[in-house]
Design a protein around this ligand. Structure first.
Ligand SMILES: [Zn+2]
Length: 120
């Protein structure tokens, strides 16, 4: 896999951030990670967050652009954001794979990881 492109101050991610009401958001489109409310450095220094978004990149590759977006939106409508199956998988992967993205450092306290929207 080629490493993803990281785009700071993304207008698309900003829309998602306002919609979700969170301080910062990362959003995957294809092989790009769009950020709003966080710098590239802040993102890369959170291995749990990177592992979470890398799982979305994998999902995107598995299902294709339309397949991913369609399933994502249907999952959102049916289950609410927190329980979208792709999000549940990505939260799990964020814990499971974080060590791969820790850049040789010990894993930070999981309590410090980026928080997405909570279950409502
Ligand atoms: Zn996610």
């Amino acid at each position: 896999m080629t490493s993803p492109r990281i785009i700071e101050n993304s207008p698309l991610a900003r829309i998602a951030r306002l919609k979700l009401g969170t301080r910062s958001v990362a959003m995957v489109l294809g092989n790009s990670i769009h950020l709003s409310g966080a710098t590239k450095e802040e993102f890369l220094n959170d291995p749990y967050w990177v592992a979470h978004e890398m799982e979305h990149i994998r999902q995107f590759q598995e299902y294709g652009r339309l397949g991913f977006l369609w399933r994502y939106m249907v999952g959102w409508a049916r289950h609410g954001y927190y329980n979208i199956p792709f999000e549940a998988q990505a939260r799990e992967a964020g814990h499971r794979n974080a060590a791969q993205y820790a850049q040789g450092r010990p894993l930070p306290d999981p309590a410090t990881m980026h928080q997405g929207p909570k279950a409502t």
